[in-house]
Design a protein around this ligand. Structure first.
Ligand code: UGA
Length: 445
C-alpha cells in the first residue's frame, strides 16, 4: 500500500522505515529541510540499532522516500499516518500543536477522501479533535480517523516493530479498519493479536501501558530502597515475585528512576487527564512522586557513600572531587538524554562542588549541550583516569563489561556507586573496591 507518514522523529522514522521493510511504499514527510536532506543523503539523525541498514535498503529499493512537500505526499496517497511529537507543555499536559498543525495541513491538501491514522501518543479525545479539524478545513472530503499507538522501545525499536506483542487499532470506520488490517497483513501468520477497538480505548491503552510499566519500575525501586534498609536482596526479590506469572519478570530491575521521552511525560499527562475527567488516579500520581523522590534520594546516597569511603566531612564531601559518570543516555542503546538520570544527578553533584566527567558512547555530545559545566568523553579510560569516584547510570554493554581489576589502576580512589547493579558484589569486594549498588547488601571479606 502507498502510505504517507508525517514526522521523522524516533517514532515516525522507525515506523516509516519498518512499514517499507514489510513491503509498503512510504513517503516520509518532515518540514525540517536539513533533516530531509540528511536522510536523503543517507545520514540518520538518531542512534537506533539496526535502523541505518534498513533505511538504506528501503531507500535503495525505492520503497522509502523523504520529502518536505506535505501537500504533494497527501495528494498521492489515501492513507496518512501522523507521527509528529507531542512534547510535554509547561503545564504538564501534552502539547498537541504539532498534531493540530499536521491535521490542518492534511485537510487543506486533500484532493479526496483520506484515512488519517494518529500514531503519536495522545490524550483521550485527541483523535476526535483531529477529526473535527479535518472536517472543518477539508473541503467536504470524508476523513476516516484512526488511532494506532506504537509500543516501540528506544534502543530496540526495529526489533519491537518486527515482533510486536500486539497491534492496537481504534476506529469507527469499517473501511479504515480494512485498510489497517491490510497494512499489518505481514503479521497475519505470526500470531500477533490485533485489538480492534474504539478511538478512546486505543488512545487510553497506550497511556495505561506506559503508566503500568512505569509503576513496575517505581515499585521495584522502592523495594530496592527497602532492601537497603533491611539487608534484603532486591535481585532475589525480583526473581521471587517475577516468577509469579501474574506479575512477570520484565521491568523489575531497579535503577536511577525511569526516564526518557515517554514514561515521565505520559504518566504526568495521564494524571492530569484523570483529574480533568473527575476520575483521579491516586496510583499514577504516587508513581510520579515516587520516581522523583527516588532520584533525589539517590543524590544523597551518592554523596553519603563517597564521604564515608573517603573518610571526609559528610557535610561538604564533593568539593573539588573528580567524579566519573558512566552512561549519560536515559538507558542503553540510545543517544537520547531526555529525562535521563544524568541530567538530574550531574547538576546536583556539580552544585556540591564536584568536577564531573561523563562518559557515553553515543550521548556525550547531547549531554554536554544540556548539562552546564560537565566535561564529556566517548573514551572510557579518559573518564576513569584520576576519578575519586565512579557513578554508573546507564547499562551500556561497554560499561557492564568493565574489568575492574584492570581499570582500578586508573582511579584516584576505588569508589564505585552503581545505580544499575551491573557488577558482582563479591567480586568487587575481592578486588578491594568500595562498592555500593541498589538493594544489594555490601560484601565484606
Ligand atoms: C517506553 C515503553 O517501554 C514502550 O513500550 C513505549 O512505546 C515507549 O515508552 C513510548 O511510549 O514511546 P522507552 O521509553 O523507549 O519505551 O524505554 P523503556 O525501555 O520502557 O525504559 C523506560 C525507563 O524505565 C528507562 O529509564 C529505563 O532505564 C527504566 N527501566 C526500565 C528501569 O529502570 N527498570 C526496568 O526494569 C525497566
Amino acid at each position: 500500500m502507498k502510505i504517507a507518514l508525517i514526522g521523522t522523529g524516533y517514532v515516525g522514522l522507525v515506523t516509516g522505515t519498518c512499514l517499507a521493510n514489510i513491503g509498503h511504499d512510504i513517503i516520509c514527510v518532515d518540514h525540517a529541510e536539513e533533516k530531509v536532506e540528511a536522510l536523503n543523503s543517507g545520514k540518520i539523525p538518531i542512534f537506533e540499532p539496526g535502523l541505518a541498514e534498513i533505511v538504506q535498503s528501503a531507500k535503495s529499493s525505492g520503497k522509502l522516500v523523504f520529502t518536505t512537500d506535505l501537500a504533494e505526499a497527501v495528494r498521492s496517497v489515501d492513507l496518512i499516518f501522523i507521527a509528529v511529537g507531542t512534547p510535554q507543555a509547561s503545564d504538564g499536559r501534552s502539547d498537541l500543536s504539532q498534531i493540530e498543525a499536521a491535521a490542518k495541513q492534511i485537510a487543506k491538501a486533500a484532493n479526496g477522501d483520506k484515512t488519517v491514522v494518529v500514531k503519536s501518543t495522545v490524550p483521550v479525545g485527541t483523535c476526535r479533535r483531529v477529526g473535527r479539524i479535518l472536517a472543518k478545513h477539508g473541503n467536504d472530503h470524508d476523513f476516516q480517523i484512526t488511532s494506532n499507538p506504537e509500543f516501540l522501545r528506544e534502543g530496540n525499536a526495529v526489533a519491537d516493530f518486527m515482533k510486536p506483542d500486539r497491534i492496537v487499532i481504534g476506529t469507527q470506520s469499517s473501511c479504515a479498519a480494512d485498510k489497517m488490517r491490510a497494512i499489518y497483513q505481514y503479521f497475519d501468520d505470526k500470531d500477533v493479536p490485533v485489538i480492534m477497538t474504539s478511538l478512546e480505548t486505543s488512545e487510553l491503552i497506550k497511556y495505561s501501558a506506559n503508566a503500568f510499566l512505569a509503576a513496575k519500575v517505581a515499585f521495584i525501586n522502592e523495594m530496592a530502597n527497602l532492601c537497603d534498609a533491611t539487608g534484603a536482596n532486591v535481585e532475589d526479590l525480583s526473581l521471587g515475585i517475577g516468577l509469579d506469572e501474574r506479575i512477570g519478570k520484565a521491568f523489575l530491575k531497579p535503577g536511577p528512576g525511569y526516564g526518557g521521552s515517554c514514561f515521565p511525560k505520559d504518566t504526568l499527562a495521564l494524571t492530569i487527564l484523570a483529574q480533568e475527567a473527575d476520575s483521579p488516579s491516586r496510583i499514577i500520581e504516587s508513581v510520579v512522586d515516587s520516581n522523583s523522590n527516588h532520584i533525589r534520594r539517590l543524590g544523597r546516597k551518592i554523596a553519603d557513600f563517597c564521604a564515608e569511603s573517603w573518610n571526609v566531612d559528610p557535610k561538604l564531601p564533593l568539593i573539588d572531587k573528580r567524579i566519573a559518570i558512566l552512561g549519560l543516555a536515559f538507558k542503553a542503546n540510545t543517544d537520547d538524554i531526555r529525562s535521563a538520570a544524568s541530567t538530574v544527578i550531574a547538576p546536583l553533584l556539580i552544585k556540591q562542588g564536584a568536577n564531573v566527567i561523563g562518559f557515553d558512547p553515543e550521548a556525550a555530545e547531547a549531554a554536554r549541550n544540556v548539562i552546564d559545566h560537565i566535561e564529556t568523553t566517548t573514551d572510557l579510560d579518559e573518564a576513569l583516569t584520576g576519578a575519586d569516584a565512579v557513578l554508573v547510570l546507564t547499562e551500556w554493554d561497554e560499561i557492564r563489561a568493565i574489568d575492574w581489576a584492570e581499570k582500578k589502576k586508573l582511579l584516584a580512589s576505588p569508589v564505585v556507586v552503581d545505580l544499575r547493579n551491573l557488577y558482582d558484589t563479591k567480586e568487587m569486594a575481592r578486588l578491594g573496591m568500595q562498592y555500593s549498588s541498589l538493594g544489594r547488601p555490601a560484601e565484606t571479606l
